[in-house]
Design a protein around this ligand. Sequence first.
Ligand SMILES: Cc1cc2nc3c(=O)[nH]c(=O)nc-3n(C[C@H](O)[C@H](O)[C@H](O)COP(=O)(O)OP(=O)(O)OC[C@H]3O[C@@H](n4cnc5c(N)ncnc54)[C@H](O)[C@@H]3O)c2cc1C
Length: 361
Amino acid sequence: MKGISLFLVPKMLPGENDAFDVPNAVSVGSIEHKMGLHGCPTCVMNFDGATGWLIGAPHSGLACMFTMMNDARFQVGLQGTGIAEASYQGALTYAKERLQSRAPQGVQQPDEKADAIIHLPDVRRMLLTQKALTEGCRALGLLYAKQVDLVRFGSPEEQANAEAIVAYLTPITKSFFTDVGQEVSQLGVQIFGGHGYIQEWGMEQLIRDSRITQLYEGTNGIQALDLISRKLVRDGGKMLQATAELFAGLITNIANQQDRDKAQEVYDLWLAGSQSLMAGDAFDTASRAYDYMQFCAYSLLAICWLSLKDTASGNDNQQLANSKAKVCEFYLKRLYPRALMHKAALTDNGEDLAAFTLDDF
Ligand SMILES: Cc1cc2nc3c(=O)[nH]c(=O)nc-3n(C[C@H](O)[C@H](O)[C@H](O)COP(=O)(O)OP(=O)(O)OC[C@H]3O[C@@H](n4cnc5c(N)ncnc54)[C@H](O)[C@@H]3O)c2cc1C
């Protein structure tokens, strides 16, 4: 790598709304040899003799910056979801066409020399993992987007409530959605087998494109830390409570008793699990950050899936309703257990991490 790609935000200088000079400025050069993003106009910018303008009121730059950053973080999360969708669509098409071996449940395409790989259980597992994660993230993303609208257009009370929810969910939508972008695009290559490694299919490009999303706009590790330290512990659970009420509302609307009970069970575990993390020093909290973010995301996606299934059940399109119900079932059986794994890893403190001396590594 020849250099690090950076967008330098000029330091705010005193001087009200006046334009100000930024010393040591301009030279723009594109970065080469970076992983992926070959068509991206990422560049190094050195400002020389340039003019900058103060945005917003003096001394409120940090607040202005976070308005922009929250939006940018969600957009990056959507980038992860979009890449995941592209990978699923490519993999699904390929899996229906690629003939390879016979399905263990019996010959599926007797007129062909082999069955399409979509009939193989492991390929189905991969496709359904792609679909369940991608659509689950999209559902959570839409829920989030509605809160963003309420922040702008709601009543004062709705605005305050939605602000708390957006604050809590932002690090989750950024980090989890982009982790999903990476996992799903990895699965896309896997479904293509050796062909996935070949550039012309476009599948390996999705891995490279989604990889950056886990890094920029604050690494996913930093997002997880933001969630547990600022949005949970330091906030005293107020944002958590506002978010919990939103999800409680979703659960109340689920018509099927069994599904409502399941959603309630997931919700109770998530809320109690979150509340139990309020104590602990800074090291303990930081050591739990990533597992907490994942625990939250897999739990909230489970509630989204049960709600999606419920909503789809009333749709005229029976095929759609059946498909959503089956993907929900898949999610609960095969992906929701990841939430329980992350919950188990939320140990009482970070002793195991602290125990390592530098020589132990
Ligand atoms: C292609 C590309 C485009 C970019 N575009 C822009 C842009 O347009 N504008 C812009 O401003 N920036 C941009 N960036 C910079 C990007 O936002 C940073 O690279 C990113 O935020 C990570 O910071 P860092 O590289 O300094 O990593 P570091 O902060 O050094 O992080 C290294 C590792 O340590 C972990 N870590 C660091 N601190 C903590 C902590 N306190 N707790 C837990 N873990 C921690 C991180 O999670 C990471 O795993 C771009 C980067 C790339 C690669």
